[in-house]
Write a protein that binds this ligand. Structure first.
Ligand code: HEC
Ligand code: HEC
Ligand code: HEC
Length: 285
């Protein structure tokens, strides 16, 4: 009767796991991850964003089918209903794991009604199809965009010996050193930190061309350079208030703007793409 112990052990394990999840339910977020096979339809595995373009086609085809069924134009309706069906079924070809999420009944009903010129029924089928689109989107749309489309800074380096992240730490230290020194009236330290910051901002600007076309994203922009000059002036002769204002403006223009797009998106990507940290999950924190 050894197998009884085996089953008991299994039950015990299940209880422990369920209990752990339950205890932590307020501090964890459960999200559904898209299947691995989706990655082949995105960069870098694919040269184009194939998946996304199939989606754009679907949206256009839904609009066309609606338009031609409302205007009772059988010829054009047939054409667009056909491609809508093709691209809808392509979802399962591209990601076989998602086949079960497709509503085969609705899509074939839509095509049949389109062929038969039953415009009212086409319209109802479209409404039902939209529900199928939305149910997958509410589970997977946002996470997919974050995982596969957010620009990836993981392997970006400032130079062979400086990682992007280390450079960020340096920048932030320089900004704070200026603030501290200006508050305590140490003009020379403030000015020399500003000169370091200026150099490091220029260095950072050389990395943009890794992804942006040359000249498309000029960093530092003219406005940033002007703010640096203005800060330099106020550190020399200005009031504490002027110094604070210039430094604040610089931090918004040179740091916060980019963080608003890049850091936010990259952080989200990392949260979803990194391996789960089970130890941290189990710790009571
Ligand atoms: C099995 C899952 C699934 C189904 C079914 C599905 N989609 Fe999508 N769709 C996605 C995912 C995942 C994304 C996110 C892609 C991205 O952002 O890179 C997406 C994104 C989109 C987008 C881009 C959204 C945007 O605003 O950027 C459009 C448009 C779209 N889908 C249309 C449709 C239409 C129309 C249908 C139904 C006919 C449909 N999709 C059915 C998974 C699905
Ligand atoms: C790893 C690749 C990568 C690097 C490096 C990169 N970018 Fe971007 N950036 C992108 C992509 C891709 C977009 C388009 C946004 C999207 O579609 O998600 C973008 C968009 C932006 C945007 C918002 C949209 C716009 O055009 O105004 C800003 C601002 C920006 N980047 C600034 C910068 C600056 C400044 C640098 C260098 C300091 C930089 N980026 C470096 C990939 C990158
Ligand atoms: C390309 C646009 C961009 C610009 C411009 C930028 N940052 Fe960042 N910053 C990022 C990204 C992306 C990360 C996330 C890097 C990572 O986690 O590896 C980041 C992370 C950081 C971090 C956190 C580092 C850590 O240890 O996790 C600090 C601090 C920081 N930036 C400060 C600054 C300061 C100060 C400036 C302006 C002088 C600045 N950044 C300008 C994109 C930018």
């Amino acid at each position: 009767m050894r197998w009884i112990y085996f089953i008991l052990l299994q039950c015990l394990l299940i209880v422990i796991v369920a209990g752990t999840v339950c205890i932590h339910k307020d501090s964890v977020i459960l999200v559904k991850k898209p299947p691995e096979s989706l990655s082949q339809w995105y960069k870098p595995e694919n040269k184009r964003q194939v998946w996304l373009h199939n989606m754009f086609k679907l949206r256009r085809e839904m609009q066309a089918v609606r338009f031609y069924s409302d205007s009772k134009d059988a010829k054009h309706l047939g054409k667009w209903a056909g491609s809508l069906s093709d691209h809808y079924l392509k979802i399962a070809e591209m990601v076989p794991e998602w086949k079960e999420l497709l509503d085969m009944e609705v899509i074939s009903r839509l095509e049949k009604n389109a062929k038969a010129g039953r415009y009212q029924d086409v319209s109802h089928a479209l409404d039902d199809l939209r529900e199928s689109c939305e149910s997958c989107h509410s589970d997977y749309r946002a996470i997919t965009a974050a995982m596969y489309r957010a620009p990836d800074f993981t392997s970006l380096k400032i130079n062979p010996s400086t990682s992007f992240k280390a450079h960020m730490k340096k920048l932030t230290q320089e900004v704070n050193q200026i603030k501290i020194a200006s508050e305590d009236g140490m003009k020379d330290i403030a000015l020399s930190s500003l000169s370091d910051l200026k150099k490091d901002i220029n260095l950072l600007g050389e990395t943009c061309v890794n992804c942006h076309k040359k000249g498309a994203k000029v960093y530092p922009s003219d406005t940033i350079s002007k703010t640096i000059s203005s800060l330099e002036q106020s550190l020399k002769t200005g009031t504490a208030k002027e110094q604070g204002r210039d430094l604040g403006t610089l931090a918004v223009l040179a740091c916060a703007r980019c963080h608003g797009t890049h850091r936010l998106a990259y952080d989200a990507r990392k949260i979803f793409s990194d391996k789960p940290r089970w130890l941290e999950l189990i710790k009571h924190q």
